[in-house]
Ligand binder design. Structure first.
Ligand SMILES: Cc1ncc(COP(=O)(O)O)c(C=O)c1O
Length: 463
């Protein structure tokens, strides 16, 4: 009989995170300040605690996971590796489809993998309160959980459209003691400015980030810092526990390396968490296709250039070298709220520039169709973000069938969709449609980074 679940003993949990910055063929280009010069750790100190800033700039390959962080992660980690045999049968594919089930965390997604260490490092540094943004609400709930376990206060700015569409997530944040408001809000200058220009805006992650940073740096006690749920190097680092576990579990399943690795990509963290330990193998000669999947309505990697741009709408963050649609771009209110972000993590962007990863874009309708196929075969209801990965998995499994190849496909099941049923309901009642960002809009928002310095496009061309 074919096993469908592959577990690791708690004692086999990875004890170190993997840092891709140590192995990228070309070194990462630094974030830049308003003067165009590289930012120093001291310049980031009002925003993040210094212990996390050290991780952000580290090029050490392995970084120890603190014992107390592991002690909290054991609540749900190691997460299971599962094989989607029911989907395989339905598709009549010779491909073997494995997925890391990150929906088993208390918050229902991969986000607590970084929320817990971020809260822990803040606490070590003497911080009492953390501010953040959230799109779909997954990150906000994850940070609320982590702050609650760590005895820290938590303030969440939630993108307006998700705040309205997903009321249960803010209730969960309330259970874990966080204070959640819709963004743009009237609590910050950034929020008030946007509301004055666009009173009916659905909001965006870029706006919510501006608000959360402002709330942190203007706190006079000096005991508040900001936490980001994706994009930054230390966030992607914390997520690599997913791929490191998956490697051990694939071995238990009798596999070597996957042929194809897939993850949906908003800011890049769940994709990177699964993929980076395999990007390491690719750099070292393994043959593998690695696909980050984004929505066609917010195609930063497939249509956005690799530039220096702000991570937020108000321009409070340093300039990051990344694929971007422009920091003033406000994506259409698709249901995959966590994918509505204008930029892509610098580490993922550099891996894309190098040709180590090949981005793909999918429309909302195809993703919901894939989510429905998944629900009817595997039985679980995936997050709308995760459905982007599943749509790509199905395409690759069908391709394997057409080619008659027994490929090993691995993807990240980044979260469940039990709080996202409004989107499913709209799909089922025919109220959803596709929206691909037209090229004219891609051009329009590029003016927001036109005058910034340009990163070098470093490509070794080996892949
Ligand atoms: C379930 C789920 N998957 C994916 C994402 C996208 O974020 P990232 O690209 O950082 O993994 C989110 C973001 O909220 C999410 O909630």
């Amino acid at each position: 009989m074919q096993n469908r679940k592959f577990f690791l003993d708690e004692s086999d949990i990875p004890k170190q995170w993997y840092n891709l910055a140590a192995d990228l063929p070309t070194p990462m280009q630094p974030p830049l300040g308003p003067d165009g010069k590289p930012v120093t750790p001291e310049m980031l100190a009002p925003v993040f605690p210094m212990n996390l800033i050290e991780q952000e700039v580290s090029t050490k390959r392995w970084i120890d996971i603190p014992e107390e962080v592991l002690d909290i992660l054991y609540r749900w980690r190691p997460s299971p590796l599962r094989r989607a045999v029911y989907l395989e049968r339905f598709l009549k594919t010779p491909a073997k489809i494995y997925f890391k089930d990150e929906s088993v965390s208390p918050a229902g997604s991969h986000k607590p993998n970084t929320a817990v260490p971020q809260a822990w490092y803040n606490k070590q540094f003497g911080i009492k309160r953390i501010t953040t943004e959230t799109g779909a609400g997954q990150w906000g709930t994850a940070l609320s959980l982590a702050c609650n376990l760590m005895g820290l206060e938590c303030k969440v700015f939630m993108v307006r459209i998700s705040f309205d569409q997903k009321p249960f997530r803010k209730m969960i944040m309330g259970v874990w003691g966080a204070n959640c408001v819709a963004s743009p809000s009237t609590e910050t200058q950034a929020g008030r400015d946007i509301l004055a220009q666009m009173p009916d805006t659905p909001g965006s992650l870029g706006i919510a980030i501006s608000e959360a940073i402002e709330a942190a740096v203007t706190d006079k006690t000096g005991q508040t810092r900001y936490a980001l749920g994706s994009v930054l190097n230390h966030v992607l680092l914390h997520q690599t526990i997913i791929g490191l576990e998956a490697k051990k579990q694939l071995k238990i399943a009798g596999e070597k390396l996957p042929d194809i690795v897939i993850g949906c990509a908003g800011g890049g963290s769940n994709f990177a968490g699964l993929a980076f330990p395999f990007v390491y193998d690719k750099i070292n000669g393994a043959k593998m296709e690695i696909y980050p999947v984004e929505p066609e309505s917010c195609p930063k990697m497939t249509k956005g250039p690799f530039v220096y741009d702000h991570g937020d709408t108000a321009g409070m963050t340093p300039l990051l070298p990344m694929h971007s649609l422009g920091h003033t771009f406000i994506p259409e209110p698709i249901h995959a709220g966590g994918l509505r972000y204008h930029g892509m993590a610098p580490l993922v962007s550099q891996a894309v520039v190098e040709g180590l990863c090949t981005p793909k874009a999918y429309g909302q309708m195809k993703c919901y169709e894939a989510a429905m196929t998944w629900a009817k075969t595997e039985g679980t209801i995936c997050a709308p973000e995760t459905s982007h990965a599943i749509a790509c998995v199905i395409d690759e499994a069908v391709k394997a069938k057409d080619e008659g190849k027994e490929k090993v496909i691995l993807f990240n099941y980044s979260g469940h969709g039990l709080m996202d049923l409004v989107g499913y309901d709209k799909y089922l009642s025919g109220q959803l449609s596709d929206y691909a960002l037209p090229d004219s809009d891609v051009k329009k928002f590029q003016s927001s980074f036109a005058n910034f310095p340009k990163p070098e496009v470093k490509k070794t061309g080996k892949w």
